[in-house]
Design a protein around this ligand. Sequence first.
Ligand code: RUB
Length: 309
Amino acid sequence: MLRSVKNTAEKIRQMQIQGAHNVAIAAIEAIEKIPNESSAATKKELLEELSQAKHILFTSRETEPLMRNSVRWIISQVEQSKETKIRQLNCVISSASQQFLKNLQESKEKIAEMGSKRIRDNSVILTHCHSSTVTYLLEKAAQDGKSFEIICTETRPIFQGRRTAKEMLDIGVKTTFIVDSAARFFMNQVDLVIVGADAITSEGNVVNKIGTSTIALIATEARAPFYVATELLKFDPATMYGDYEKIEERAPDEVWENAPPKLVVRNPAFEVTRRDFIHGIICEEGIISPHSITEAMHRKYLWIFDQKS
Ligand code: RUB
C-alpha cells in the first residue's frame, strides 16, 4: 500500500528530487497513483489512505509549502465530493491532480513571460542554487532573443549551482561559476539577481536556499534589484495564523564527511530573506511587491486560508 508515495518521499528526502516545484510535482504524481495501489473499499478507507500519504509526504522535507498546499487541495476535493463509489472517487483524485499540475505549469509560463521582460539586453544576472522556475524564465528570455550572461553560485554543501550552470550552458548562455563567498566580490558587475523560493510567509518574507539573504543584502548594498521568481502557491497559510515557517536542518555529513568527533557542524538548508530586500516577486499574478502578498493570495487562491492542517 502507498508504494509510490513511500518511494517518492524517500527520493525527496534524499534530494534525488530537488527544488520546491519538482518536489510538489512528484508528490502530486505519487498521490495520483494511489488508486492503482489502493485496497480501499469505501470513501472512509480511501480518505484514511490519503491521510497517511499526506503524513508520509509532509515529513519527507519540512520547508515545502507548495507540496503541502497541492496535496491538501487534492485531498479536499475528495472530501468535498458527493461521490461515494470508489471508482468515481478515484476519478476525482485523477482530475484534481491533473488540474493542479496544469495550474503549476500555467503559472510557470506566466512567470517566465513576465520575468523575461525584466531582462535588458547585455545584462549580467546572478542566481543562487537551482530553481526550475528561474532556469525556465532564463530559457524563455534566451528564446525571446535577449542577450545576457549568468553568474551562478556553487551552492554549498551539495552544489545545486552545478545543475544551474549546466542548464545555462546547454541553452548557450555565457555562464560564470563562483564559490558562494565570492558573491560580494562580483556583485558590482551584476545588473539584477533572480532567485527562486521555497516558501512565502504572510508578511511577504521569502524562504529560500541558505545563502540567499546574504545575496539579497549585498544586492541591496550594490543597488542591484533582487527578484524572487515563484508561484504564489508557495505561500504558507500557517504563517498567517502565527506559525513560523520551519527551516529544515540537514545531516552534518553533507558539510563535512567524517568530521572530527567533537566538532559541531550545522547545516540549515534554507533561511528567511526579509521583504525589505526584495525588489519584486515575479509570480503568476504579475510582478508584485512582497507587501501585497496576502491580497494576491486572497484574489487568486482564497481556498488556501481554510487549509491549515
Ligand atoms: C532548492 C531551492 C530553490 C527553490 C525554488 O533547494 O532553494 O531555489 O526550491 O526552486 P533544495 P523551484 O535543492 O534544497 O531543494 O523554482 O524549482 O521551485
